[in-house]
Each structure stands twice: as C-alpha cells, then as structure tokens.
Design a protein around this ligand. Structure first.
Ligand code: FAD
Length: 345
C-alpha cells in the first residue's frame, strides 16, 4: 500500500483542484487521484457565473453562489499569478430575455433590472422578434471554464501537488467507520483525510444523492471584424437556452438538460433542439459556422443543492484536527468553484 499525502482528493475537476490548491497553500501535503481530467464536467460547462440570471430562491445556495461569484476576480488573479496562464474571467453581465411577460410586476424583482421590449432590443440588437422584455444582471459574468481548468492544473503543478492522472478509485476499505485506504486501478493508497470530489460519479463510490444530468453543447464562430465589437458581448440567458460569447470569437450555445443516466454522446435531437432555440433567441446566428459539439455529465443533486455535508468554514489544517472524510460537489460547480476553502486568502 502506498502512503500518499495528508490529504487524498478523488477527482480532478474544478472542485477537487480548487480544494487541493487551497490546502497546499495552507501547508498541507496533497495528492489528487483523477480517472480522466478530460471527462470532468468542468471541461464541458459554459462557464457562466449566473447567480442572478439563474433566479435561485433566497437561501443558503444563493448566498453561497453570490459569495463565490464575488470572489472570482481575486481568485482567478491568484490562480493566474501561480500558473502564468489566463482564465479569461469576464464580468460581462448577463441579459435574460423572455418570450412571455411575467405575471407579476417585473420591477418588483430586485435581483435584476427589468428592461421593456424596446429597451432590451436597443441594449442588445438582433434579439428575436418574439422577445417581450428581459432582465439585466450586471453582477453576473463568465469564465472560460476550459482555460480555468488548464490554469488550475498548471497552478497545481507549480505548487508541486502530487497529481495522479489515469487512476480510477474503485472502493474505500473501511474499518469501524474509518477509511483505511482507497483501492484503485493502480493499487492501494492511504492518507489521513479523504475528499471525494468526483462530480457526477460520486455516488458510484458512496451513497450520496448525486446523479448524472447530461448536457449537450455546441459552439459557433461569430464574425470578427478588425476594430469592430463582437455581435454579442454579454451572456444571453434565454428560456431553456443560453449564448455565451467568448472574446476569441467563439459563441457557446447550451445546453440540454437530460435525465438519461450514463447514456453518452451528442444526439441529432439534442443538437436540433439547441439550434432551434438559439435561432429563436438570436436569429442572426443561423448563418455562423459550427465550430464544435460536445456533451458532459453535470453532478445533479436534490433541489440542485451542493452535495457537501459539512458547514462552510470547517476546513482548517493548522487550527484543529480534520474530520477524516468529506464529499464536495455542486450542481452549480463553476460558479461555486472559488469558494471551496475560502479562496479569498
Ligand atoms: C453541459 C454543461 C454545462 C454547464 N454549465 C455550467 C455553467 O455555465 N455554470 C456553472 O456554474 N456550472 C455549469 N455546469 C456545471 C459544472 O460544470 C459542474 O457543476 C462542475 O464542473 C462540477 O465540478 P466537479 O469538480 O465537482 O466535477 P467534475 O468537473 O465532473 O470532475 C470530476 C472528476 O472526478 C473524476 N472521477 C470521477 N470518478 C472517479 C473515480 N472513481 N476515480 C478517480 N477519479 C474520478 C472524473 O474523471 C473528473 O475528472 C455545467 C455542466 C455541464 C455538463
């Protein structure tokens, strides 16, 4: 059996790597076991920091996502300094058009600014004619999640975190309710503390209320002209579809939400639905070239709550002994990513 570090993290997505980096910066020795960095939902996501536009009901999840979104500027700066890479964090705001006027007075919703039909069309020319108005969420934004994943990996390497790619954890060996070791495709590993950050796959290892929710995505190429603004420069969060413009000219179109278990791949029906809804939202994109299609598994949790069972702030390597195991994961994993271990340090 190989003794690794004080902390053994299972999963190399945004949550596992964010925790690994923060623990390492606080003096812990850390090992990350990941089956496949490429299969993480972190790579498949749109990178929206859409706490306002998601219209989460008031409560702990909303508070958590807001706090995390506010940490993003300093968290991404810190990661960029550690890694030398770029995350492309962009506080571009999110515009959320609707096709039907809300039944309640929209101005009574304080989380965003209501824009009437003419105002929203002026603010974002080219929206579909059926758009009846919409909200503007100036505090929301986006990060290029693939760039962020790369920066997290680079920062982890720079900090000499022990990263083991291609290692699949198969089971926990337990004795008297304590984990003794983890059995993996590459042998047995032990540590003092275990963190399960395996995203949608977490419930394959422990009986957690997490299930896969497949999302299909595609990207288009926006026309880019020298010295001209991009046709879209803020996220458009429509009903059932969103458009996320990247500064390099890509337009990310997402996403289906499919309870199909572990059924993989893009499907004609999924891509057709995405394109149909995207064209209704912003008709001009129908002539833009398709760049890429992909899919991934979100870690779906009950009521979209994060799946961690500990109170925030409980982690501390130096002040008190650590409980032996944690699970960490979130349906809104990208927007919630910065808050793991209080990334404001
Ligand atoms: C299509 C799509 C769009 C999304 N858009 C957004 C968005 O705009 N904004 C937002 O906030 N969130 C979004 N999400 C959700 C977000 O991507 C996830 O919540 C987040 O990435 C979860 O991060 P994670 O680190 O918990 O899991 P993941 O990123 O899935 O990483 C889990 C890792 O664990 C590894 N692993 C699993 N099982 C094992 C095992 N047994 N042994 C070893 N390793 C294992 C996997 O290989 C993987 O590398 C989206 C998700 C999808 C799929």
């Amino acid at each position: 059996m190989e003794k690794t570090s004080e902390v053994l993290i299972i999963g190399g997505g945004i949550i596992g790597l964010a925790i690994a980096i923060e623990l390492k910066l606080r003096g812990a020795s850390v090992t990350v076991l990941s089956r496949d960095f490429g299969q993480a939902a972190t790579q498949a996501a749109a990178g929206m920091l859409a706490t306002g536009a998601e219209r989460l009901p008031g409560g702990k999840l909303k508070e958590l996502c807001e706090a995390s979104r506010w940490l993003y500027p300093q968290w991404t700066q810190k990661l960029e300094a550690l890694s030398g890479g770029e995350t492309h964090y962009w506080p571009c705001g999110i515009l959320a058009p609707v096709f039907a006027l809300p039944t309640e007075n929209p101005s009574s919703d304080r989380s965003g600014h209501w824009l009437e039909r003419d105002a929203i069309q002026l603010y974002q020319p080219g929206l579909g004619r059926e758009v009846a108005g919409g909200w503007w969420y100036p505090e929301d934004g986006q990060v290029d999640n693939r760039a962020l994943a790369k920066v997290l990996l680079q920062a982890a390497h720079a900090l000499q975190i022990d990263l083991r790619e291609g290692v699949a954890v198969q089971a926990f060996a337990q004795k008297q309710q304590k984990i003794q070791s983890v059995l993996t495709s590459q042998g047995e590993f032990s540590a003092q503390v275990y963190v399960l950050a395996a995203g949608a796959w977490a419930s394959q290892l422990l009986p957690l209320p997490v299930r896969p929710v497949k999302g299909q995505m595609l990207s288009l190429r926006m026309p880019v002209a020298p010295y001209q603004p991009l046709p879209l420069e803020r996220v458009i969060f429509g009903p059932d579809t969103y458009l996320v413009p990247r500064r390099d000219g890509r337009l990310i179109v997402g996403a289906t939400v499919e309870a199909v278990g572990w059924t993989p791949h893009n499907t004609p029906a999924g891509i057709q639905a995405l394109l149909h809804r995207a064209i209704a939202l912003y008709p001009g994109l129908q002539d833009w070239p398709i760049d890429e299609i992909w899919w991934g598994y979100r870690p779906g949790t009950l009521m979209k709550r994060p799946s961690w069972p500990w109170p925030l702030g409980q982690f501390s390597v130096s002040d008190r002994p650590l409980p032996q195991r944690y699970s960490a994961g979130s349906h809104h994993g990208v927007v919630a990513g910065s808050i793991h271990l209080g990334a404001n340090r």
